[in-house]
Design a protein around this ligand. Sequence first.
Ligand code: LLP
Length: 416
Amino acid sequence: WPRSTSAHPDGLRIAGIPVGELAARFGTPAYILDEDEVRRRCRAYRAALPGFEIAYAGKSLTCRAVLRWMAEEGFSLDVCSGGELAVARAVGFPAERIILHGNVKTAEDWKAALGYEIGRVVVDSLDEIDQLGSLARHPQRVLVRVTPGVDGHTHKAIATGVEDQKFGFPLRDAMTAVDAVLAQPGLRLDGLHCHIGSQVSSVASFELAARRMVEFAGAIRDRHGVVVRSLDLGGGHAVPYLPGQQEFDLTGYAQRVRVAVSYTASQLGLPVPQLTIEPGRALVANAGVTLYRVVTVKGRYVAVDGGMSDNMRACLYDAKYLVRLAGRSSSAPLRTVSVVGRHCEAGDVIAADIELPSDVHAGDVLAVPVTGAYHHSLASNYNQICRPPIIGVRDGWARPLVRRETEEDLLARDVG
Ligand code: LLP
């Protein structure tokens, strides 16, 4: 697509391109993804966390282009299914930099992981340790996932550090998992893994988890004489969704986690482990904007051509979003409206009780920022609605990264 040269009469541009032009060219709804913003965030992580291995959490947004960018930025990759791994393979993502985790790994997932000879597997149950131990042809490096009993103070659907839940081994059982890994000749214990939750802003929670993990590494050394080489502290760094919300304190995180790990390790006479983190949302959320077109305005309801099929977060977590009139400017006074979707549910609300200019009408383009993470990846075909495209933008250029789904795509799978 050619470089944008148009001078649209609105103030809102993404990567230098007027939003109205993007909506006209690519249709709506559409996810717009700003490549420079993703790379800028990757570089900010790299600069703030020298010496850390940074593994992009592919579940937040996986498509070929994004995984290519991550590979180019020197990142590792955290996948949680054979499907995510297939995209990684499709772009030749270096296998040794891939980490597979998840509480369920099917026979297909194992086949994909072992077939591609990925670097590390995070084991999540005793059954898995047996399965992987008998399947692995070469010694497979594994991390044992531990739930360190740390509350990340986030929405309960995305809190994964508290002990009673489906992920990992609570500290009281984790040694049994370590015993089982060490008893399998096909497995090599590389390290420990934890992920305390997502959209976590408390650096103190990460610090506490890191300390507990090192202490557990000390217990492993005492019992087995084995030194754990690496600690993967998961992702979950919060991002601001609304104006006025705080950015995650990345510098504080880097400092406090590093000190907690080295201090605890030195107290226990352990070498400092290699540290890995797995941010997803923090790298892509703020680089994404969803564009919708207003289809009708009825009283205080502004209804658009997308909804819960492209934004599940509002329904699932009661997540709050900013909505802006984007295709033109308006000096009309603001009024309180709810922006609702097209799906057959009263709960299909993108943003309740927000302010928009009172002259918003059918045909207007609305932009919803901070939709780069867990939007495309959580999208569904509810009501047989086709999923939106991802349009990559960079410095005045725009091109589809993932094309819009069509009714033919939907029918192609329906073979009955
Ligand atoms: N590592 C592990 C093991 C994870 O389970 C997750 C996210 C991450 C890393 C990346 O977390 P992040 O840095 O992106 O917060 N759908 C929810 C989020 C679910 C997160 C699941 N695990 C949402 O939209 O808020």
